[in-house]
Design a protein around this ligand. Structure first.
Ligand SMILES: Cc1cc2nc3c(=O)[nH]c(=O)nc-3n(C[C@H](O)[C@H](O)[C@H](O)COP(=O)(O)O)c2cc1C
Length: 184
C-alpha cells in the first residue's frame, strides 16, 4: 500500500489549518493510502532546536519520511514565510532526504498577500532536499476556514474544490509511482 506522510509545521494544534489537513488525510485514507502524520510541535523541542539528528524521536520521524512515497508539507504563513517550527524539522531531514518523493505543499495565510510563499520560501528548501516532483500546492486564506458555533471548522466550497483536485493529483501520481516501484 503506498505510504504518505504529512509533515505538519503548525505550532498551534488547534489552528484552522488542521481542518485542511484532516480533509486531505481522510480523502487519502478513503482511497486506500496509508497516511502518517508528524506533528513537529509534539517532537522534543530541545532535539529540534539543537539539531539532534541522533535523537530517538527524530530518527523515528525521519524513518516515516524515508519510507513514504509522498510527503505533504503543511504550514501556516508566519512573517511572509513558512513557520520556524517547520524549518527546525526540515533542517533535520538528511541531505537529499526528499529525493524520489512526490511533495504536496498545503499552506494557510491570513491574506492573499503572501500567496507566493510556497514558491519563494518553501520550494528552494524542498529542492535542496532533493525533491524534483513538487505538485502545485494549495494556499488557503484563513477566512475560508470558519469555526462554527460547535467549534467545528468548516471549509469554503472553493477551497474544498482546490484541495480535492490537489489531493486527487497526489493520489494518482503516488499510485503510479508505487506501481512502477513494484515492477520487477
Ligand atoms: C506569528 C504570526 C505571523 C503571521 N504572519 C502572517 C503573514 O506574514 N502573512 C499572512 O498571510 N498571514 C500571517 N499570519 C496569519 C496566519 O497564517 C493565519 O492566521 C493562520 O494560517 C490561521 O491559523 P489560526 O486558525 O490559528 O488563526 C500570521 C499569524 C501569526 C500567529
Amino acid at each position: 500500500m503506498p505510504k504518505i506522510v504529512v509533515v505538519n509545521g503548525t505550532p498551534s494544534l488547534v489552528s484552522r489549518i488542521n481542518a485542511v489537513m484532516d480533509h486531505a488525510e481522510s480523502d487519502l485514507r478513503s482511497r486506500g493510502f496509508e497516511v502518517e502524520r508528524i506533528n513537529i510541535a509534539e517532537l522534543p523541542p530541545e532535539d529540534l532546536i539543537h539539531t539532534r539528528f541522533e535523537s530517538e524521536a527524530i530518527v523515528k520521524a525521519n524513518g516515516l519520511v524515508a519510507e513514504a512515497d509522498a510527503v505533504i508539507v503543511v504550514s501556516p504563513v508566519y512573517k511572509a514565510s513558512y513557520t520556524g517550527v517547520l524549518k527546525t524539522f526540515l533542517d533535520l531531514i538528511p541531505q537529499k532526504g526528499l529525493a524520489g518523493k512526490i511533495v504536496l505543499p498545503l499552506f494557510m495565510g491570513g491574506s492573499l498577500a503572501h500567496l507566493l510563499t510556497i514558491e519563494y520560501a518553501l520550494k528552494p528548501v524542498l529542492s535542496v532536499l532533493g525533491a524534483r516532483h513538487i505538485l502545485g500546492g494549495v494556499f488557503a486564506v484563513d477566512s475560508q476556514a470558519v469555526r462554527n458555533d460547535q467549534g467545528i471548522v468548516e471549509l469554503a466550497e472553493e477551497l474544498k474544490l482546490r484541495l480535492d483536485a490537489a489531493v486527487g493529483e497526489l493520489a494518482e501520481e503516488t499510485a503510479l509511482k508505487a506501481a512502477r516501484k513494484a515492477q520487477p
